[in-house]
Write a protein that binds this ligand. Structure first.
Ligand code: NAP
Length: 469
């Protein structure tokens, strides 16, 4: 079993704590590695390295920074299969999903940010001023486990391209992907201290990093609960925040729309990655008088598509949850759904095998005020709700504390009109697959700011007006 180190100022170093945290494979439930449990001194060292590296990195020409990120992109491509295997091993995402989504997305979105950079104005004349955009300083990147590579990439790429230096604190459940990413960055030859990594508990290392006086921006992806705490923490020294938080997104299936498409879109987001996707379409709204047709379509899809097995097998669609804790949380929600009076259409049981597997479950007869329709479950659970007319569907879809994503399936023009009325940061209309460059982020309690492409770059710059002739 391998023991890993932190990456600080271009060196692999032990934690000053001398303590380690186990990394567990959720399929075998075995300990596969140990990573440092970083303490305050490690956080100070990482932030100091990033702070020292900032002036020269921020002073580089944009094209020089771009050239470094192009090397990182080449490294991601070269190590693609290795990254896929690590995601499968430590997170439990299926191999096909890890390759086609987890790792492919990171490559595609990095390319998207490089393209966006070409049209990003770092300097423009505005009235009597020259307005320049430059790096803000040290960015604390605190990331979750559900997309362990891409959640880091989405922060690291725009932060570095715009002149910032960074300290990454990955999720404790999935630090090995982050460590591999740092090795790729090391290979790309970035100057010392520009990117640093410390592993360890969010409640300790994450908390200290976020509150550090030399951190200019907290860029966090994770739960709304932790995000709210960071919002308070940022106020002490008026730090800027990028928050990508939870979701409870809706797909509205309109009358006259493609039922199979609506079912496949919503079901795939709750089955792939075991539903551990912030933008998963976990509430499917169908016309009241078409519920029986939808039930049949869901059962057919389930029978055909659900292959629950070892995530390392190419044919597997549903692997284990990331951790025993996550399995317990999701199974509790399934029991809560039953207790609240929702009806189990498929699943709803327990999976009797080693690994943190949860039985993929679809509930019907769900009402929007139920806990399972309001709270983020973050597992393979779909809630099917009914509506009387389109106005009612929009009202119910928007009746959520979250506003991350959404989808509408139906006659194109009507679906487009409904999409404009959803209070969410993304809406997918019919079979549009989305984009690696379009902005991603949430309304309401789903967050602050946007990631990806042009809009992702904007979140990391300071703006200065110089009044010069
Ligand atoms: P989490 O518990 O909030 O943890 C996220 C990260 O924050 C981890 O690195 C965690 O470290 C760290 N952390 C925990 N407590 C902290 C504290 N007090 N101060 C600073 N850092 C702290 O979330 P999660 O369970 O890993 O991820 C699932 C959540 O992420 C879901 O709610 C999901 O919707 C959301 N998410 C949102 C997006 C988006 O783009 N909107 C994308 C993906 C996921 P430890 O791992 O050591 O606890």
């Amino acid at each position: 079993m391998k023991t890993y180190q932190n990456y600080i100022n271009g060196e692999w170093v032990d934690s000053k704590s001398g303590q380690y945290t186990d990394v567990i494979n959720p399929t075998s439930e075995e300990v596969i590695a140990q990573v440092p449990t970083s303490n305050a001194e490690d956080v100070d060292n990482a932030v100091a390295a990033a702070k020292a590296a900032f002036p020269s990195w921020n002073g580089l020409a944009v094209d020089e920074r771009k050239a470094y990120l192009e090397k990182v992109l080449e490294g991601l491509k070269a190590h693609k299969e290795e990254l896929v295997d690590i995601v499968v091993e430590e997170m439990g995402a299926s191999k096909a999903f890890s390759r086609d989504n987890q790792v492919r997305k990171s490559i595609g979105e990095l390319e998207g940010s490089l393209k966006a950079l070409d049209r990003f104005n770092f300097e423009e004349r505005y009235d009597t001023a020259t307005v320049i955009k430059e790096g803000s300083g040290v960015v604390a990147c605190i990331t979750p486990w559900n997309y362990p590579l891409n959640q880091i990439q989405r922060k690291l790429t725009p932060a570095l391209l715009t002149g910032n230096t960074i300290v990454v604190k990955p999720a404790s459940d999935t630090p090995l992907t982050a460590i591999k990413f740092m090795e790729i960055i090391e290979e790309a030859g970035l100057p010392k201290g520009v990117v640093n990594l410390i592993t360890g508990r969010g409640s300790e290392a994450g908390d200290l990093l976020a509150g550090h006086e030399d951190v200019a921006i907290i860029s966090f992806t994770g739960s709304t609960e932790v995000g709210r705490g960071l919002y308070d923490k940022a106020s002490g020294s008026i730090k800027r925040l990028v928050l990508e938080l939870g979701g409870k997104s809706a797909l509205i299936a309109l009358k006259g729309g493609d039922k199979e498409l609506a079912v496949a879109k919503s079901m795939n987001t709750v089955l792939d990655n075991q539903g551990q996707t912030c933008a998963a379409l976990t509430r499917l709204f169908v016309p009241e008088d078409e519920l029986e047709d939808y039930k049949t379509a869901i059962k057919d899809f389930y029978d055909k598509e659900v292959v629950l097995d070892d995530p390392a097998d190419e044919a597997t669609k549903v692997g284990p949850m990331v951790s025993a804790k996550q399995k317990e949380t999701v199974e509790d929600y399934i029991e809560k759904g039953k207790a609240e009076g929702a009806e189990v259409l498929v699943g709803g049981g327990k999976v009797d095998r080693t690994g943190y597997y949860v039985d993929p479950t679809v509930f019907v007869n769900v009402t929007n005020d139920m806990t399972i329709a309001q709270e983020e479950i973050f597992g393979p659970v779909l809630c099917v709700l009914t509506y009387t007319d389109t106005e009612d569907a929009i009202k119910q879809a928007n009746d959520s504390p979250y506003g991350l994503s959404g989808a509408v399936v139906g006659p194109e023009e009507e679906a487009k009109a409904v999409a404009r009325q959803l209070r969410t940061g993304n809406v997918f209309v019919n079979d549009n697959p989305g984009s690696d460059q379009a902005p991603f982020g949430g309304y309401k309690m789903s967050g602050l700011g946007r990631e990806k492409g042009y809009y992702g770059l904007e979140d990391y710059v300071e703006i200065k007006a110089i009044f010069e002739n």
